[in-house]
Design a protein around this ligand. Structure first.
Ligand code: HEC
Length: 151
């Protein structure tokens, strides 16, 4: 069920992707009923998050799948993103190469880290996975959410 929901939202996301056009999240403060997306948010432990522009709940769910699977991120950062001896913790608010903003996360995951600040080795562009732009923004959104308290 969750997969179907996420897929539907992903379609919306792809249409809405690619620009700064003013997309104020509709009904963020007015709606009494949690939108279906809130269930997806809850499923990744992020029910009270205010998402950055261009980020949807479906992206977080998709990003989690990528992080823990084909994106290979888990291999160095750990399945939970809490870090290993070869890659930093992504769930706290301490950052080495970025300020933790969604934009910077997209960028650093895209380029990787050739000259690391603290850890041995390096990170290949997109983790070396060759993932699509769409998967890149989804996994960046997921990483963004990891360090935010989930209310
Ligand atoms: C080969 C191991 C490896 C893989 C695979 C990998 N990373 Fe990294 N990652 C690193 C290293 C090493 C750093 C840099 C640490 C340093 O600067 O000391 C890093 C840094 C980062 C940072 C910046 C953290 C900071 O504090 O500045 C983010 C965000 C990140 N990785 C996300 C990802 C994501 C998302 C994926 C999957 C697409 C991924 N990484 C795959 C090893 C890896």
């Amino acid at each position: 069920m969750r997969t179907r929901l996420a897929t539907g939202l992903l379609t919306v996301l792809m249409l809405g992707c690619g620009g700064d056009q003013a997309e104020e999240s509709p009904g963020a403060s007015e709606s009494d009923q949690p939108p279906p997306a809130a269930q997806t948010l809850a499923s990744v432990g992020a029910s009270d998050l205010e998402l950055p522009d261009g980020v949807t709940a479906a992206m977080l769910a998709q990003g989690k799948t990528i992080f823990e699977g084909p994106g290979t991120c888990f291999a160095c950062h750990g399945v939970t993103g809490e870090g290993t001896p070869i890659a930093p913790n992504l769930t706290d608010d301490a950052w080495l190469n970025v300020d933790g903003s969604y934009e910077q996360l997209v960028e650093i995951i895209d380029t990787g880290v050739q000259e690391t600040k603290e850890f041995p080795g390096l990170m290949m562009p997109r983790g070396g996975s060759g993932m699509s732009d769409e998967d890149l923004t989804a996994v960046a959104a997921y990483v963004w959410s990891l360090s935010r308290p989930s209310g």
